[in-house]
Design a protein around this ligand. Structure first.
Ligand SMILES: Nc1ncnc2c1ncn2[C@@H]1O[C@H](COP(=O)(O)OP(=O)(O)OP(=O)(O)O)[C@@H](O)[C@H]1O
Ligand SMILES: [Mg+2]
Length: 429
């Protein structure tokens, strides 16, 4: 029964696709080809290569905004460098993170652990930090007094500058400068003012090599990354399935609707983390009954990730609070954007409520409480420079809700009385 067998194979392949793509999107996956930052990639690659091949010591700080791809770039470079088996065996790596190694003692222990020198270190009487580090580096030397090159990666580099006396940084840079042991110190940070955080004596030992990363992705590259995340590798368990899947991805990435969504997403935020959350929803939808990615999945996902937080906030308001927002909407139109105060809002509310026999009319203190709640939610903002001595009922305020947001909320609001909807619509004319 070939057809049943192929169905089972396809189901297995689909499961494998789902697991693979979810792993890519949920964890830090490094693609074979890193897109963007070609120049910086080459610069760091050359630097590391020089340490590994010629025993040259270096220090460098890579600076770039959060989520721009600093860690990913480094991982991709290390993968490339370690493709050469000889280098992979020769290069020792120590990865520290300022969020984990919160003081230099912990950092030293971690260094010993990652260099597999815990036992050697364990027997030694603790001396100063410099002695300990020197001891560790000496222990790595082989019989002929040559050392393997070591790469120190310091993630969240700026946090190490907060450590007491910046001892770790000072000693690492000092070793890098003295060139006894070939080491490369590579810091990653999002702080543009990192140089100002370093002490003078630390700075004097630093090479002052800084590499700045800026997000200069083009839309084409952005689309390429989109395809890269969904593309199946050649070695996939079911090559026939992979071929079909990949041609589907190629097709969908050129679909005008998906392209439009990507363009909109790109113009809002070029961040790849955002792109990953855009892809997560369609991937999670894959199932036996939904074996391919559809354009509608991407539309839904886009709606999900671009949810306006203010609209969701409005969704949770009480009917009275919605009424006050509508009243303020009217007042903003009447006063042409000029501020108003609670008393005016209250009389506008009363005018509406009294005309509707079915409406429950709340007394003033209740309405004031609701009004204050709207202020606390920052949907209503008191005007800057208003004296706090002014009685709260008379403090000038403005409304921070856009008419479109209100319109959307009223459409979705569960069992919203029709007369309130009409009242609101009357101002949208
Ligand atoms: N060129 C790219 N191709 C594919 N994925 C990328 C690319 N650039 C960044 N990413 C993805 O974006 C996310 C953020 O990247 P990364 O963690 O490297 O940023 P970072 O600059 O180190 O951020 P942080 O400052 O928070 O440490 C990661 O999940 C990574 O997989
Ligand atoms: Mg990082």
């Amino acid at each position: 029964m070939p057809s049943t067998k192929s169905t089972v194979d396809n189901m297995d392949a689909l499961c494998a696709v789902k697991t693979l793509l979810r792993k890519r999107l949920g964890q830090c996956w490094v693609p074979e080809k890193f897109i963007g930052f070609e120049k910086e990639e080459k610069e760091i690659y050359d630097l590391l290569k020089r340490t590994v091949s010629f025993g040259e010591s270096n220090s460098v700080v890579v600076i770039g905004a959060r989520g721009i791809g600093k860690s990913m770039l480094l991982k991709s470079i290390l993968n490339n460098i370690c493709e050469d088996k000889k280098i992979a065996q020769n290069l020792l790596q120590v990865h520290l993170n300022g969020l984990l190694q919160t003081d230099d003692k912990i950092a030293l222990k971690e260094i010993a652990c990652q260099l597999q020198l815990e036992n050697t270190f364990g027997n030694k009487v603790m001396g100063s930090f410099a002695e300990n580090l020197q001891f560790l580096l000496e222990a790595l030397k082989s019989g002929d007094d040559s050392s393997k090159p070591i790469l120190f990666v310091l993630e969240e580099f700026d946090l190490f500058a907060q450590h007491h006396n910046q001892t770790l940084l000072y000693n690492l840079f000092d070793v890098a400068q003295s060139a006894q042991t070939p080491i490369c110190v590579l810091g990653l940070t999002c702080r543009m003012d990192i140089m100002e955080l370093l002490e003078k004596r630390v700075k004097s030992r630093f090479s002052h090599r800084q590499i700045h990363l800026f997000n200069q992705l083009t839309f084409r590259q952005y689309t390429e990354i989109f395809q890269q995340y969904l593309h199946l590798p050649e070695k996939f368990i079911n090559p026939k399935f992979a071929l079909k899947w990949n041609s589907g991805i190629e097709k969908i990435s050129h679909d005008s609707t998906v392209e439009d969504l990507l363009k909109r997403q790109f113009s809002i935020n070029k961040d790849i983390r955002k792109l990953k959350s855009f892809l997560m929803h369609p991937v999670c939808r894959l199932s036996e009954n939904h074996p391919t990615l559809l354009v509608s999945d991407f539309i839904d996902s886009f709606k999900l990730i671009t949810t306006d937080s203010k609209s969701s906030l409005l969704q949770g308001l009480s009917i009275l609070e919605i009424c006050l927002i509508i009243a303020m909407k009217h007042l903003t139109e009447i006063y042409d954007g000029e501020p108003f105060n609670f008393e005016i809002v209250y009389s506008e509310y009363l005018r509406f409520a009294r005309n509707r026999s079915s409406m429950q009319i709340f007394n003033k203190s209740v309405v004031l409480k609701a009004f204050e709640h709207l202020q606390a939610l920052e949907l209503v903002k008191p005007l800057d420079g208003t004296s706090t001595r002014t009685q709260k009922e008379y403090r000038p305020v403005i409304l921070l809700v856009h008419p479109i947001q209100l319109k959307e909320v009223l459409q979705k609001y569960p069992s919203c009385p029709t007369e309130i909807k009409h009242w609101a619509i009357s101002s949208f004319a």
